[in-house]
Design a protein around this ligand. Structure first.
Ligand code: CAA
Length: 380
């Protein structure tokens, strides 16, 4: 087992850290307060190759690996969790399935544009009445002549209001004992596709999400991603990668909270000395640092398995489960260490606390991650 980063990985981490400190961190509070989509940061991330990190260069990406993706995601999310998830959705939930399941034409026309950041992608699985139980989706695509006609809606679609393309999962066959689904890549400008106003959220406010409606949307066979009838597997395999992205986002949030807590504990005095001298604070910092480290190791292991091309459903689920719940605990402790200042917006700790919460919900709740893990360990 090698814990050493390659020169390339360390360089990318350094670039991401400097970029995040210089360009993102100074604006993160404003993005949050105004719920402002960070247009300029998305553009800069595209220029740095952060929107298609693990996509080969011939398809517009940076040609790096999943470990590099984790490292960059952690740094970007440490500055701004909204910017982190915008990056994660485009990389993991859009480019990754196009690379894995797309036709050469889809890769040349769509993947190239999205991995280079010229265009942006999003992922439509969740529906108003179908979240954790994703197979119960109501969106349908019926074959009529040589066209597929899609009707339905998807909600909580991160990047939705700004995306150029969406991967949509729809029921395409109800005839057998098991409903079959198919994945489609749909340009957002297709007649019949409309996006609602963005959701008002507790955290990650700058990463706009919305409901998207599909009304008699006509698509050709060239919009199909993967095989007809295999859409649910495309969704699940995509989420195996997506969960690594969200685990990395949680790492970044936790790291920001820990770093700020260490700095504050050294500077803030109580009872005649810096609060860092008190064991009550030291024990909190120790637990925070240990949990962050454990979460990072789980996440890097899942990424390393992805890079090796081996199935990593359990490892991704464990990484996301642990990193997201640890992030909630770490940001909770960070508020406690900062006392009243943690509860105000002054140090940005309350933003990290609000942002951490979603990591336990999207791309599969903690309960769903536990189900995925249980299914694997019970099979073993
Ligand atoms: N890779 C490939 N195939 C897989 C797979 C994987 N990781 N996981 C399951 N499958 C296959 C199974 O082998 C099975 O195949 P067969 O039909 O041939 O046997 C098929 O998929 C169905 O699997 P299950 O029977 O396990 O399916 P299920 O209905 O019991 O559901 C579940 C499993 C884990 C609960 C799944 O529904 C799930 O992950 N739910 C959570 C959904 C989710 O994460 N949504 C997030 C939305 S995206 C988002 O949040 C984006 C954002 O805003 C950032």
């Amino acid at each position: 087992m090698d814990f050493q980063l390659t020169e390339e990985q360390a360089m990318l981490q350094q670039t991401a850290r400097e970029f995040a400190d210089r360009e993102i961190a100074p604006k993160a509070a404003e993005f949050d307060k105004q719920a402002r989509w960070p247009t300029e940061i998305v553009k800069q991330m595209a220029e740095l190759g952060f929107l298609g990190i693990a996509v080969p260069t011939e398809y517009g990406g940076s040609g790096l690996d999943a470990i590099s993706y984790v490292l960059a995601m952690e740094e970007v999310s440490r500055a701004c969790a909204s910017c982190g998830v915008i990056m994660s959705v485009n990389n993991s939930l859009f480019c990754d399935p196009l690379l894995k399941f797309g036709t050469e034409k889809q890769k040349q026309e769509i993947l190239k544009a999205c991995a280079s950041g010229e265009k942006l992608g999003c992922f439509g699985l969740t529906e108003p009445m179908s979240g954790s139980d994703a197979q119960t989706m109501q969106t349908v695509a019926e074959k009529k002549g040589d066209k597929w006609v899609m009707n339905g809606s998807k909600n909580f679609i991160t990047n939705g209001p700004h995306a150029d393309y969406i991967i949509v999962f729809a029921v395409t066959d109800k005839s057998g004992p098991k409903v079959k689904h198919t994945a489609f890549v749909v340009p957002m400008g297709t007649p019949g596709v409309t996006a609602a106003h963005h959701d008002e959220k507790m955290g990650i406010k700058a990463a706009h999400s919305c409901t998207i409606f599909f009304e008699n949307v006509e698509l050709g066979d060239d919009a199909i991603l993967g095989e007809v009838g295999s859409g649910f597997k495309v969704a699940m395999a995509t989420l195996d990668g997506g969960r690594i992205g969200i685990a990395s986002q949680a790492l970044g949030i936790s790291k920001a909270a820990l770093e700020k807590s260490i700095a504050y504990a050294k500077e803030r005095k109580a009872f005649g000395q810096p609060i860092a001298k008190f064991q009550a604070i030291q024990f909190k910092l120790s637990d925070m640092a240990t949990e962050l480290d454990a979460a990072r190791l789980l996440t890097l292991r899942a990424a390393a398995m992805k890079d090796q091309g081996v199935r990593h459903s359990l490892e991704s689920a464990a990484a996301k489960l642990y990193a997201s719940e640890a992030s909630t605990r770490i940001t909770h402790s960070a508020i406690q260490i900062h006392g009243g200042y943690g509860y105000t917006t002054e140090y940005g700790i309350e933003r990290h606390y609000r942002d951490a919460r979603i990591t336990e919900i999207y791309e599969g709740t903690s309960e769903i991650q536990r189900l995925v893990i249980a299914n694997s360990v019970l099979k073993a």
